[in-house]
Structures are given as structure tokens and as C-alpha cells.
Design a protein around this ligand. Structure first.
Ligand code: AMP
Ligand code: ZN
Length: 113
């Protein structure tokens, strides 16, 4: 996808601190971390948001969530972590390529802001 920031990171034309990669996804550190651990889990396939996924993406979505859980374990987030997908401008989505935020390393409040 031309002009998509996360596609460019996946293609390595923009650099990021990668913490994970497999056939389906990459994970890299958020450039503006909101917690001591803040990683983005991003499918290699360009889909603009969760709302744009279809039933054909069910396995991919499951893999992304499993990747987030595995990374949480690997990164030592044993006391808890949060996985968030902001969907749409009104929910704070700023990059229109589906991603899950993996946040941990501090107390999380509820409800989120
Ligand atoms: P969202 O606002 O939910 O769409 O999340 C987009 C996230 O991407 C934000 O938390 C940004 O801090 C993060 N971000 C933006 N540009 C970069 C970048 N070049 N490398 C890593 N993370 C980025
Ligand atoms: Zn993209």
C-alpha cells in the first residue's frame, strides 16, 4: 500500500525497533510509548482498521492476538497487560493500518480515556 506508514515499516523503507516478525505480522516499539512496554502488533497484510476486516481475516486476527499474548510473556508482563485496537478517528486511530497496541509495565486504569 503506497503511502501507508506501517506498510513502509514492514517493507523496511522506514525504520522501527522490531521485536518480532513472522509470515503474518511484525511487532515494533511504539515511537510515543504510553507505558513502559508499548509495542504495536501489525499484520503484514494492509487492512485499514478492525472494521474493515472480514470473516476471511478471522485466523489472522486470532494470530495477532496470540502474538500479543506471546510477546507479553516474552517481555515479562506477568502482572498484567492490555491489548487495544483503536478503530476510527473518534476512538483515536491515527494510522490507518490495523494494529493492536500491547501495553504493560504499569497499573492500567479503567475505563480508558
Ligand atoms: P493509533 O493512534 O491507535 O492509530 O496508533 C498509532 C500508533 O503508532 C501511535 O501510538 C503512534 O505513537 C505510533 N507511531 C506513529 N508513527 C510511528 C513510527 N514511525 N514508529 C512507531 N510507532 C509509530
Ligand atoms: Zn498499510
Amino acid at each position: 500500500m503506497l503511502d501507508c506508514l506501517f506498510c513502509k515499516i514492514i517493507q523496511r523503507s522506514i525504520s522501527a525497533k522490531l521485536v518480532f516478525e513472522d509470515n503474518d505480522a511484525v511487532a515494533f516499539e511504539d515511537i510515543n510509548p504510553q507505558a513502559p512496554t508499548h509495542v504495536l502488533v501489525v499484520p503484514k497484510k494492509h487492512v485499514s482498521s478492525l472494521a474493515e476486516t472480514t470473516d476471511a481475516d478471522v485466523v489472522l486476527l486470532g494470530r495477532l492476538q496470540r502474538t500479543a499474548a506471546a510477546l507479553a510473556a516474552k517481555l515479562g508482563l506477568s502482572s498484567g497487560f492490555r491489548v487495544v485496537a483503536n478503530n476510527g478517528r473518534g476512538a483515536g486511530q491515527t494510522v490507518e493500518h490495523l494494529h493492536y497496541h500491547l501495553l504493560g509495565g504499569r497499573e492500567m486504569k479503567w475505563p480508558p480515556g
